[in-house]
Design a protein around this ligand. Structure first.
Ligand SMILES: C[S@@+](CC[C@H](N)C(=O)[O-])C[C@H]1O[C@@H](n2cnc3c(N)ncnc32)[C@H](O)[C@@H]1O
Length: 397
């Protein structure tokens, strides 16, 4: 069997997953499925070579080689041709992901010389902070150490209305697992997402995603908020089937208890200042009503509810005209409200689907550090322009 390093890029949790779609795939032999399960179960960074596989299996050399090639053929394991900078062939490398990645065409890798390799070192803060990257967010996150980010505030592509130059599909599971890895204990992920109707039913994708973050990534669903829009793209007709769709979900996931919570108190109280209207009562341990002795005056403002309403559309979501070149921006005020609620000054905010850069701009304005990934070059250029005209409010960062 030819040699070739195999890299297991699955998660480093204490379990590994083989997607049922692969287990049920009749085109794959049981040996191929066994090899896949074995590779995914190895500890991360375990150094295994293709030629060593016969050491771990009872099957013979040919059976194993054929089964391995089945996995390569079905693009479950990616085969990468390695060449040095002079173009000399150096063999193959193999990559296996817990959640299969789609790749088209042959993969090639050029080994950098030693001095270049050396430069990919730690000091992530200096290299990543206050930067925007024109690449797949999985690539950006692969440069981040564990527990690096204070808050992720993002809105993934959803539905089939927007296309983002063909980037309306993304590897949800892989990204969710990576986001979980890079946030600090106490860190927050705000996931702003809507649903769409397909074949007569809402897809339920936002709920599936929320449950994946909870049940597979181990995060808490700390809060679920609604972003209520003042307008809707397709208003309901009297003879229609559904009411006008005018909201998106804003799931707030946390790694353990949130480190920062500054609730926004902007709900005016009608009875502000009152201390003694009526006799306030409470129930004692026997469920009997007893008068409450101390009753603080009602404050002028209390925390708002979990339904946040914003006026959206051209000129309302932002005053930056260029931002509207992006088809799906969310209001600056929405980003601002989450940033102020879940982070403090100097914290690092990451948007893995940066779009027009709303989150990055508002982070900058509130003196948070920011990192963004945007895969489409035109949107990336737009963000660079938008950020260049937005100053920090202080000169500390
Ligand atoms: C819903 S939009 C985000 C809009 C953003 N919240 C704003 O206010 O401008 C999603 C963005 O994610 C980008 N995108 C899709 N897949 C991506 C990926 N794998 N990595 C980075 N960006 C991606 C799309 O190009 C699109 O611009």
């Amino acid at each position: 069997m030819e040699s070739g390093r195999i890299q297991n890029l699955s998660t480093d949790y204490n379990y590994s997953t083989v997607p049922t779609k692969i287990l049920n795939d009749n085109r794959l032999s049981a040996t191929a499925k066994g090899i896949l399960a074995f590779l995914l179960s190895l500890p991360k960074n375990h150094n295994i070579n293709k030629k060593d596989l016969p050491k771990y299996f009872k099957e013979g050399y040919f059976a194993l080689n054929n089964a391995f090639e089945e996995l390569v053929k079905h693009r479950i394991i990616h085969k990468i041709e390695v060449r040095d900078k002079k173009g000399h062939y150096k063999g193959y490398e193999y990559i296996v992901h817990e959640f299969p990645k789609k790749r088209y065409g042959d993969q090639k890798k050029v080994i950098p010389n030693r001095s270049i390799r050396k430069s990919v070192e730690n000091n992530s803060e200096v290299k990543l902070v206050n930067q925007i990257f024109n690449e797949d967010c999985l690539v950006t996150m692969s440069k981040m150490p564990d527990e690096f980010i204070d808050m992720v505030l993002t809105s993934p592509p959803y539905g089939s209305i927007r296309h983002y130059n063909g980037n309306n599909k993304f590897e949800f599971e892989k990204i969710a697992v990576e986001l979980t890895r890079i946030i600090k204990t106490g860190g927050i992920i705000v996931w702003v997402v809507g649903d769409e109707v397909k074949h007569g039913s809402e897809t339920g994708t936002p709920f599936k995603q929320a449950l994946f973050f909870k049940e597979r990534c181990g995060l808490r669903i700390h809060d679920s908020l609604i972003w209520n829009k003042n307008t809707c793209t397709y208003p309901a007709k009297p003879n229609g089937l559904r009411y006008s769709q005018c909201f998106e979900y804003m799931f707030v996931f946390s790694k353990g208890a949130p480190a920062v919570v500054n609730l926004i108190c902007d709900k005016p109280n009608r009875w502000a200042g009152t201390t003694n209207f009526g006799q306030k009562t409470d129930r004692d341990e026997n469920d009997q009503l007893v008068p409450v002795k101390k009753f603080k005056p009602i404050p002028e403002y209390s925390p708002r509810t979990n339904i946040w309403r914003y006026v959206t559309g051209n000129g309302y979501s932002t005053e930056d005209k260029i931002a509207h070149q992006h088809p799906a921006i969310f209001p600056e005020q929405l980003a601002s409200d989450h940033i102020l609620t879940w982070t403090n000054e100097g914290d690092i905010v990451y948007d893995c689907f940066a779009g027009s850069g709303t989150v990055l701009k508002m982070s900058k304005q509130h003196d948070r550090k920011y990192i963004g990934s945007e895969i489409v070059k035109d949107y990336f250029d737009l963000i660079v322009k938008r950020l260049s005209i937005c100053p920090y409010s202080k000169s500390t960062l």
